[in-house]
Design a protein around this ligand. Sequence first.
Ligand SMILES: Cc1cc2nc3c(=O)[nH]c(=O)nc-3n(C[C@H](O)[C@H](O)[C@H](O)COP(=O)(O)OP(=O)(O)OC[C@H]3O[C@@H](n4cnc5c(N)ncnc54)[C@H](O)[C@@H]3O)c2cc1C
Length: 338
Amino acid sequence: MIQADVDLQPYNTLAIAARAAHFAQVENLDQLREALEFARRKKLPILPLGGGSNIVLTGNFPGLVIHLDNPGLEVREQGERTLVTAGAGENWHQLVMATVDRGLGGLENLALIPGRIGAAPIQNIGAYGVELRDSFSSLEALHIATGEMHSFSASDCEFGYRDSVFKGRARDQYIITSVSLELHGEWHPRVDYPALQQYFREQQIDSSGLTPRAVAEAVIAVRNSKLPDPAQIPNAGSFFKNPIIDGDLYRELKKAHPDLVAYEVGERWKLAAGWLIDRAGWRGKRQGAVGVHERQALVLVNPGHGAGAEVTGLAQEIAADIHAKYGVELEPEPRFYP
Ligand SMILES: Cc1cc2nc3c(=O)[nH]c(=O)nc-3n(C[C@H](O)[C@H](O)[C@H](O)COP(=O)(O)OP(=O)(O)OC[C@H]3O[C@@H](n4cnc5c(N)ncnc54)[C@H](O)[C@@H]3O)c2cc1C
């Protein structure tokens, strides 16, 4: 089951060529336990891997990559609510479409996000005004140190903006094996995002009688028009989180740049990182094998299949430039390995 010296290029959407010292494809809990035992015996670091759409490989991984491939989809109706439980190895977008096909609403704004279900809670995936936590019920995870299974409720997960306990206190301690989502019969479309409104206007769709499928189709069309498909142009989606700044800096920036794109979050302000990068002149720039996407400045691309160092080098240059021009710190969204 465990292979040595495996090429990871097909397993990361940035198409970075790097190798794993050991690689296990796991399809069930027994195989997962076996893989963890192998890593424990050899004292190897572990990298749990889903679709590889939110990682940057900065070099070869010296430990064991555990590719979560466990299937399973269960849909249970409980009165007004429907509980959907899926194995970590299931594809996220296919799960969204399976719920939409059943006429269930709640996940449609998250259509077409790449990756697998097991990774979705790690950064509380979000798009078009909706986050995973809005439908999250619970998850099951294997505690690496003890081999015990633990259940996490929504509050246990400590979800935040592109954040959860699995990026903080519980980082590298668990492998998520399944996720349960709760969808409700009573459904209200969430289509406030200007890009969705524009789509409905252009397609002459009356947004008062929408179905979950119609919203999913709108999200898919808008995403396809803006974001590069990793199969055509390797990328990891948004490379930086939208920075959250305090009121003083916001007011200063707004004075200097009246068209600054920002949203109020409590007493602070969330800036559109893509706007800052675009205005700083990076959109469409190419640097060796890597570059900044021509339509979306927040997406770094790797059309020349460059090494991880090229990607991180470009990201560092952009972050330094944004700091120099706006006094704002940009934090990468994907995780870097090793
Ligand atoms: C074109 C594109 C568009 C995107 N758009 C969005 C978007 O709109 N919104 C958004 O939130 N994200 C977006 N992303 C980022 C990414 O798709 C999500 O973060 C997704 O959830 C990652 O899933 P994955 O299976 O590929 O995770 P991976 O990249 O394989 O892993 C990501 C992290 O999670 C860990 N991990 C993975 N599986 C498990 C598990 N079972 N147990 C424990 N840890 C695990 C990994 O170790 C790693 O640290 C986009 C990416 C791309 C390429």
